[in-house]
Design a protein around this ligand. Structure first.
Ligand code: SF4
Ligand code: SF4
Length: 220
């Protein structure tokens, strides 16, 4: 799947997400926000100019978004998470927001009341998709348009702190299979040395990293 497919899940299947910002004192704040629109490589949400959320976005545009959908029970869930930068685009696309989300007209019935609303676009950032409803679990990473290609890669290796990261086996691997014995998803391909972690199924639990006696597993 590509970026647009994960963004579509976020808007159409999840829709109500949790978005985190930081307040003026650098403390984290979350609230539930609906994803109103998406396109090939961006998502859009709205907020009112009088809200603390608006002030926080204008002060510091970096946000984190998470949402979950699926059937009952944790093992039926799909999760999309994004870290990126929100850009205020004013009333651009506000009409489209109301067209695609008719329930918004119940909250802001008169045109005049909608002047409080402004649209934010997130078009820079990285995302992660996690599907627990399949076995082994499925993980993918994707890029929004401000970053490179924006295509699902299955190779979680952007960087260690900013984004998904992951575990990788280096040439130091001696094929002892200890990592495989500790791996809860059995997602280590042992057909050739060095062994290879199947990133799309990895839980990022770190067992292979701590168990390898030869320091052959690295964390990005
Ligand atoms: S435990 Fe380390 S050396 Fe042994 S197979 Fe795994 S990565 Fe290779
Ligand atoms: S991080 Fe965990 S799930 Fe991923 S390969 Fe290592 S042991 Fe397996």
């Amino acid at each position: 799947m590509e970026t647009k497919d994960y963004l579509k899940i976020l808007k159409e299947e999840i829709h109500s997400t949790v978005i985190a910002t930081v307040d003026g004192e650098g403390r984290p704040v979350t609230r539930v926000i609906d994803i109103m629109l998406t396109d090939e490589k961006s998502l859009y949400f709205i907020t009112a100019k009088g809200k603390a959320f608006y002030a926080q976005l204008m002060e510091n545009p970096y946000i984190a978004i998470s949402g979950m959908c699926g059937g009952e029970g944790t093992m039926n869930k799909k999760v999309v998470s994004i870290r990126g930068k929100a850009e205020n685009i004013g009333s651009e696309k506000l009409k489209e927001v109301f067209e695609q989300n008719p329930y918004m007209a119940e909250i802001y019935p008169q045109e005049e009341s909608r002047t409080a609303l402004e649209v934010f676009r997130v078009s820079e950032g990285t995302g992660e998709f996690f599907d627990l409803s399949v076995k082994p679990i499925f993980r993918d990473t994707f890029l929004l348009s401000g970053n490179a290609a924006g295509k699902g890669s299955g190779q979680a290796e952007y960087n260690r702190y900013g984004q998904p990261g992951g575990y990788f086996i280096t040439d130091q691997c001696r094929g002892c299979r200890i990592c495989y014995s500790k791996c809860p998803q059995k997602c280590i391909d042992m057909t050739a040395k060095p062994f290879v972690i199947q990133q799309e199924h990895c839980l990022h639990c770190g067992n292979c990293f701590t168990a390898c006696p030869f320091g052959a597993v690295v964390r990005s």
